[in-house]
Design a protein around this ligand. Structure first.
Ligand code: HEC
Length: 203
């Protein structure tokens, strides 16, 4: 049985607000017990640039085709990594493949992501030693119409550092991924996409 089911982070309205979720590292909302450091934008940027070289290798073998690609070459829509409390209070950036990159920059005006559009959100934390440590890789891939009406035809995936697959919609631990959609459904007007804060948006 999936241990994360017992402490379903989706039970709370904002799963990230539920403190002390014992399900770490299954729950992307829990970044870990170790004290994390907050850094300025420039430092976060420098840390990510350094980390990026080795990052794709961290997720190789994960059960999503994107883990076999060098996605660091995809279009990064974040001008700098930002803290995402919705994804475990980790630093994240949003990378779009060619199909997604054509429309993602429409932001709040975006109505529909075409099939094949894929957005990757690698994450990292900064330890007390100032070093960046990779966190889960969050993926949203738009599938063909009718693939899964329950998720608006999005396939969500979460791959842990080391290449272990936490879950994939309609794949391994699909039920454990339902909370992704439960939160993302709040962005129905923009095809389930939330984008990122104005101040870190690539124009
Ligand atoms: C509590 C709400 C919440 C949950 C749960 C959640 N997300 Fe998100 N997600 C957001 C928000 C808000 C953003 C945009 C801001 C940010 O990056 O934090 C986002 C952005 C994203 C993006 C970039 C595309 C976009 O929406 O602009 C991806 C990819 C993503 N999430 C994947 C996932 C996956 C995979 C899961 C489940 C493992 C998940 N998310 C769970 C709220 C959530």
């Amino acid at each position: 049985m999936n241990p994360c089911k017992a402490a379903n982070p989706c039970a709370a309205k904002n799963p990230c607000a539920a403190a002390g979720n014992p399900c770490n590292p299954c729950n992307p909302c829990a970044a870990g017990k170790k004290k994390m450091k907050q850094v300025g934008r420039d430092e976060a940027k420098a840390l990510y640039e350094k980390l990026a070289a080795t990052l794709p290798a961290q997720y190789r073998g994960g059960e999503h085709w994107a883990t076999a690609r060098d996605w660091t070459k995809w279009t990064n829509f974040a001008t700098a990594p930002y803290l995402a409390d919705s994804h475990g209070n980790r630093y994240v950036v949003n990378l779009a493949n060619k199909i997604a990159a054509r429309v993602y920059g429409q932001y709040d005006k975006l109505k529909a992501m075409p099939p094949g559009g894929t957005i990757l959100k690698p994450s990292f934390t900064v330890g007390a030693d100032g070093k960046a440590r990779p966190g889960p890789l969050f993926i949203m891939e738009k599938m063909t119409k009718g693939w899964n009406p329950a998720t608006g035809d999005w396939r969500y995936a979460m791959i842990l550092p080391g290449g272990k697959t936490f879950g994939v919609t309609k794949g391994p631990n699909s039920a454990g991924m339902a909370f992704c959609q439960e939160c993302h459904a709040g962005a129905k007007d923009n095809d389930m996409l939330f984008f990122l804060d104005e101040e870190v948006r690539r124009k």
